[in-house]
Design a protein around this ligand. Structure first.
Ligand code: PRP
Length: 186
């Protein structure tokens, strides 16, 4: 309850507290470590900006050899509306051909971004390709795309914290919280 007292003014309520997130991240890391135990090394491709905190915590819990790369995208989501168009801002530093690639995302909403990523990386002929996403809003899905490792399903509310933003604010909150509707509703 002390957390609630300290909430920033735009925050409605905490959906996932720090302990709940960290427990789930540990479980995902254990699962991934077990699934990839025999493949040698994997490459985690974090999707900027939103995935940077999730990726950092997840990677540090892995017990298998791995390296980290990043890709930056922007979906043309303005307000609560997605146009489905995705723009590549920055590509990975190293080529992924022949590598075991795990795409790490903070959230899947309509699915357009993850669908774009999967199609893009598949074309680069990795040894394998899977997806790891912390949050999913199933009600919002417009494109059917496979999520191999999922943290939590959440309702269709605007969430911030743990990497997720509203107008680039609130990304470094340690919990995931719902924004007050009047902040983003037009
Ligand atoms: C968010 C999020 C995903 C995408 C999901 O990115 O990080 O990449 O939207 O939405 P979709 O399933 O409807 O495609 P955003 O464009 O907000 O950029 P950011 O990660 O830099 O905040």
């Amino acid at each position: 309850m002390t957390e609630r007292l300290a909430l920033p003014k735009d925050i409605e309520r905490v959906l996932l507290d720090e302990e709940t997130i960290q427990r789930r991240v540990r479980e995902l890391a254990d699962q991934i470590s077990a699934d990839y135990a025999d493949v040698g090394e994997i490459v985690l491709v974090g999707v900027l900006k939103g995935a940077f905190i999730f990726l950092a915590d997840l990677a540090r819990r892995l017990t298998i050899p791995h390296h980290v790369d990043f890709i930056a995208l922007s979906s043309y989501n303005r307000g609560a509306v997605s146009t489905g168009a995705v723009r590549l801002i920055m590509d990975t530093r190293a080529p992924v051909t022949g590598q075991h690639v795990l795409i790490v995302e903070d959230i899947i909403d309509t699915g357009y971004t993850l669908d774009y990523l999967v199609r893009t990386f598949r074309a680069r002929r990795p040894a394998s390709l899977r997806t790891c996403v912390l949050l999913s809003k199933p009600e919002r899905r417009e494109v059917d795309v496979r999520v191999d490792y999922l943290g939590f399903e959440i309702p269709d509310v605007w969430v911030v914290g743990y990497g997720l933003d509203y107008a680039d604010k609130y990304r470094t909150l340690p919990y995931i919280a719902a924004l007050k509707r009047e902040v983003y509703a037009t």
